[in-house]
Ligand binder design. Structure first.
Ligand code: KIV
Length: 271
């Protein structure tokens, strides 16, 4: 008798339950099928197809140039690789900040063409009507407050946000507005740990921190950074678990040496 192993998908309500029972949520970015499969099998609960693909995949200085078509391509690959993890795709800059109808159509395109389970959008009150429309149509939305890289030219640098009282107060009211609009979670990026803890306690929905301290309900890192593939980016909050840049470099050097020496392929590696 064959036993069909049913893999249960992580859902928005599972994430909320995790918050309520105090179990931390793990999220990593992912941009391709093969890595998504490894991360999914490792037990990462949420895979974020971040628009950081613009930086770590395409080599752009900011996330602004990535297009909806680019994001759909990455998101579809990740969705095919994940059996258990929830897959969230970032909506790219310019696709959801304008007319509600345009934002809605872009969101529907992303859902239909990529197969992801939810979308993430940067911003608060200023995009709330668009988020409401998208959530009401049945698409789960994750918010993103604090350092929102799509607004980098407004901020001027990648420094810690909401250190001043006025910006912290605005962040808190944006967080409540996003929850009210139906967001199922909020990413808090690069804000003081004390503020992130306060926001996490205030909300019923989970917060996922990146550079926002240990009081968040979960954590997210850019996978290329935590694997040590990215070499030029080492912020204080980053924990690098392995130095893949060194390992890949050493493997490539060994391959070059083997090819040059006529040592690869050997007899067992040919037909
Ligand atoms: O694009 C991204 O990778 C992100 C994370 C840093 C949260 O938005």
């Amino acid at each position: 008798m064959s036993v069909n192993k049913v893999i249960k998908r992580v859902t928005t309500s599972a994430l909320r339950d995790m918050k309520h029972r105090g179990e931390k949520i793990s999220m990593l970015t992912s941009y391709d099928y093969s890595t998504a499969k490894i991360l999914d099998q490792a037990g990462v609960e949420v895979l974020l197809v971040g628009d950081s693909a613009a930086n770590v995949f395409a080599g752009f200085e900011t996330t602004l140039p990535i297009t909806l078509d680019n994001m759909i391509y990455h998101a579809a690959a990740v969705a095919r690789g994940a059996s258990r993890a929830m897959v969230i795709a970032d909506m790219p800059f310019g696709e959801y900040q304008g007319a509600t109808d345009d934002a809605y159509k872009a969101a529907v395109r992303m859902m239909k063409e990529s197969g992801v389970h939810a979308l993430k959008m940067e911003g608060g009150e200023e995009i709330i009507d668009n988020i409401k429309k998208i959530v009401q149509s049945g698409i789960p939305v994750c918010g993103h407050l604090g350092l929102t890289p799509q607004s980098i030219y407004k901020f001027g640098d990648f420094g810690v946000r909401a250190k001043e009282e006025a910006e912290a107060a605005r962040l808190k009211s944006d967080a409540l507005a996003l929850q009210e609009a139906g967001c199922f979670a909020i990413v808090l990026e690069k804000i003081p740990a004390e503020l992130a803890t306060e926001v996490s306690k205030m909300l019923d929905i989970p917060t996922i921190g990146i550079g926002a301290g240990n009081g968040c309900d979960g954590q997210v890192l850019v996978v290329n950074d935590m694997l040590g593939i990215t070499q030029e980016f080492k912020p204080k909050f980053l924990r690098q678990y392995v130095n893949l840049a060194e390992q890949i470099g050493n493997a490539a050097k060994a391959y070059v040496a083997d090819v040059k020496a006529g040592d690869y392929p050997n007899e067992s590696e040919q037909y």
